[in-house]
Design a protein around this ligand. Structure first.
Ligand code: F0G
Length: 364
């Protein structure tokens, strides 16, 4: 009888391209292997002949792309004998760190900006039983504190300044090439701390490079398009900003840690940065839900807002294949979703057939 195959996570899948050995204990929740979904209705709405795919990273175990980096970071922390991890977070990193720490049986400390974390992320982090430290300050302040405290306490930092995070996250680029058969023409991403754009660029580059152990998989690399929220757009300002503000709380960041690497990705790929207002971001989030049945969190929709803008303007030409990363699932932030649907609140009626029939006929 043949043994059934179980997907066991991205480290097993890409083991020969990741810094693990045969004896490393892998801390995994079967992350990765997320769907690359081709949009069917939005290209028609745009009136443009383009192939748009979304890489739905919200379908990772804790609902965001952070799990790719966290499986590696926590695996390596445990291998090095660490008993505790720490991160600053706008919400998703903290949820992911807390889950992988629970899985590994170590402690997680998370520093979050008070009142600026989406509800779902807070609920997860509480359930995974991390120690949550809320600060009266934003993510950037939290990040600075994490870097300082790691010199004074036995904790491993699992923010994306930890190189193992980038190694785990680069596997999303491998999956895209493995699925499409080649790199896309354009890759669109929301940019906050800039770890993810750095990771994708690393992944795309590694698949074009031949080494002693690997022949190159392709010679093609995509143009990298990094999109920010208008109120939190240091890459557009050309400098760090101190009071970032956006409804897309995941990317409410003014001092990105991977500043130089993100600029390299932009320059080397011939790409660009752009910024979009909160209204434009929410409109893209709603459009994706309404016309494709794909519900992502606000920050994630920044990639689609940018792609649609650049397709409409012709900057991304017809005939292109475009991948937008959807970094987190929509359920992370139910408050923002419900608030933006004020015009389509549920109907409340009597529990009887005639009332239900009337409600249906009135809306058809
Ligand atoms: N999208 C979502 C949903 C995020 O949570 C983040 C970052 C980003 C995009 C931006 O990615 O920082 O690599 O450029 N969230 C971090 C956190 C900062 O703490 O969860 P980036």
């Amino acid at each position: 009888m043949s043994k059934s195959k179980h997907y066991t996570g991205l480290i097993e899948r890409y083991r020969d391209r990741l810094p693990v050995s045969a004896t490393t204990r892998i801390i995994s929740l079967n992350e990765g292997n997320t769907p690359l979904i081709q949009l069917q209705n939005i290209p028609r709405l745009l009136g443009k002949a383009v192939n748009i795919y979304v890489k739905f990273e919200g379908l990772n175990p804790t609902g965001s792309f952070k799990d790719r980096g966290m499986t590696m970071a926590v695996t390596k922390a445990v291998e090095a004998g660490s008993k505790a991890i720490i991160c600053a977070s706008t919400g998703n990193t903290s949820a992911s760190a807390a889950a992988y720490a629970a899985r590994a049986g170590i402690k997680a400390f998370v520093i979050i900006p008070e009142g600026k974390i989406a509800l779902g992320k807070l609920a997860q982090t509480l359930m995974y039983d991390a120690t949550i430290i809320q600060i009266k300050g934003n993510f950037d302040k939290g990040m600075a504190l994490v870097k300082e405290v790691a010199d004074h306490a036995p904790v491993t930092i699992v923010n994306s300044i930890n190189p193992f995070r980038i190694d785990g996250q680069k596997t999303a680029a491998f999956e895209i090439i493995d699925d499409l058969g080649d790199a896309p023409d354009y890759h669109c991403l929301p940019v906050g701390n800039a770890g993810n754009i750095t990771a994708y660029w690393k992944g795309y580059n590694e698949y074009t490079t031949s080494t002693d152990s690997h022949p190159a998989v392709t010679s093609k690399r995509p143009v990298m398009c990094g999109y920010q929220a208008a109120g939190a757009a240091p890459f557009l300002a050309g400098k760090m900003i101190d009071n970032p503000e956006t409804i897309a709380t995941a990317i409410r960041i003014g001092h990105p840690q991977s500043w130089d690497k993100a600029w390299s990705a932009q320059k080397e790929s011939g790409g660009w940065f752009d910024k979009f207002s909160d209204d434009e971001i929410l409109a893209a989030q709603k459009m994706l839900s309404q016309y494709e049945g794909i519900f992502c969190e606000p920050a994630s929709a920044t990639s689609l807002a940018g792609a649609c803008h650049d397709i409409r303007s012709g900057k991304i030409p017809e005939g292109s294949t475009i991948v937008c990363t959807l970094t987190g699932v929509g359920l992370k932030d139910p408050d923002t979703a419900i608030k933006q649907c004020v015009d389509s609140q549920p109907l409340t009626i009597e529990a009887e057939l005639t009332a239900v029939k009337k409600a249906i006929l009135d809306t058809m």
